[in-house]
Design a protein around this ligand. Structure first.
Ligand code: HEM
Ligand SMILES: CC(C)=CCC/C(C)=C/CC/C(C)=C/COP(=O)(O)OP(=O)(O)O
Length: 307
């Protein structure tokens, strides 16, 4: 008699036989901690660049805590809203909601608690402008992007990327209490970084998105067109990365570092387009994360060494 082999596969429904005990790890996972961690680095850089010398401690600490909580809440709402399609995709079927580790009601309560607490911290201990702008970013990601744009247009992540690009501006307003044009340059950098970051992954996961009818660019316009777009966006990003130098916000250390990073990203995107080797799309996706992290560390180092 043939042995039955159990293979881990995506679920077609979110039903689960497991008893629903409290699992803090599942709640932690819903906040997308690694994504939020990188966002917090960009928040911190926004805070540091906003003022000469040392950053005032109180808005820095409570700003980071409040923005982290509201970003985590936005991520948990994304898990909640996307639970059905997540359950059908190979990359996401193991998430807490489709796996039945967390119920929809508990996920909603968790997200709302985090959001309200984060908002109150920002409003009372930081300032109103940061609280409202962070709230707008939460709505932008959790509602506008996740509940509408994602299923509406292949430009979903370009438009929705604005919410994810906001953290340095939030950091800036947290310590100054006002909007400054320079913080917008950091937003523009993350905004132009998002398409190559995400589309590289979307090429690798094209079949997943096609299966659940989500119109990501590789599904609607094909892999080759998406690779061309990624390459063009890396050129656009290279220009965006020069803006802090052109306005005198950053100096030579940042100029050299960002130019090297831009050249490396363009090279990777060029390889993806023309070398046609397996695994290159994921390679570009992973590189994008190091690129953004190193770029913001370079902004920070430059600010304190040359500022
Ligand atoms: C709308 C804009 C964005 C989209 C659509 C997007 C999409 C994604 C997706 C689908 C993943 C894979 C997640 C997984 O496998 O669970 C991912 C990973 C990641 N993203 Fe983004 N992203 C966006 C913006 C950002 C921003 C603004 C940042 C940071 C500033 C960021 C940082 C990361 C990091 C660090 C990871 C790796 C997470 C891990 O290894 O668990 N992303 N992104
Ligand atoms: C308050 C504030 C700054 C909010 C921003 C919140 C936030 C965590 C944005 C992350 C962007 C992101 C990972 C998008 C992927 O969503 P997806 O649904 O396309 O990917 P998935 O399939 O992995 O869930």
């Amino acid at each position: 008699m043939a042995k039955s082999i159990q293979v881990a596969t995506p679920q077609t429904s979110n039903a689960s036989r497991q008893p629903m005990t409290f699992q803090w790890r599942a709640y932690y996972e819903m906040t997308k901690p690694k994504v939020v961690a990188l966002m917090l680095l960009t928040v911190l850089v926004g805070m540091c660049l906003a003022v000469p010398g040392s950053v005032p401690l109180r808005p820095m600490i409570f700003g980071l805590i409040g923005i982290a909580m509201m970003s985590g809440a936005a991520a948990a709402l994304n898990h909640l809203i996307d639970r059905r399609i997540d359950g059908q995709m190979a990359r996401t079927y193991n998430r807490p909601l489709p796996k039945g580790k967390v119920s929809a009601g508990h996920a909603l309560t968790f997200a709302l608690l985090l959001a309200v607490l984060g908002f109150v911290i920002l409003y009372t201990l930081v300032n109103a402008i940061t609280a409202w702008l962070t709230f707008a970013s939460l709505i932008g990601y959790a509602i506008v992007y996740t509940a509408y744009l994602k299923r509406a247009t292949p430009q979903n992540i370009v438009i929705g990327g604005l919410a994810g690009a906001m953290p340095p501006l939030l950091g800036w307003t947290a310590v100054t209490g006002e909007f400054h044009g320079h913080s917008l340059l950091l937003v523009i950098i993350i905004f132009t970084w998002t398409p190559p970051h995400f589309w590289a992954l979307a090429i690798h996961r094209k079949a997943d998105y096609a299966k659940v009818d989500v119109p990501m660019l590789p599904v609607t316009h094909g892999t080759e067109f998406t690779k061309t777009c990624i390459l063009l966006y890396t050129f656009l990003l290279a220009i965006a990365c020069l803006l802090p130098v052109l306005v005198g916000m950053s100096g030579p250390l940042y100029l050299v570092s960002s130019t090297l990073l831009s050249c490396a990203f363009i090279y990777k995107a060029w390889q993806l387009k023309y070398a046609d080797e397996p695994g290159l799309a994921m390679n570009v996706f992973k590189f994008s994360i190091y690129h953004l992290m190193l770029l913001f560390l370079a902004l920070l180092a430059d600010h304190y060494l040359w500022g």
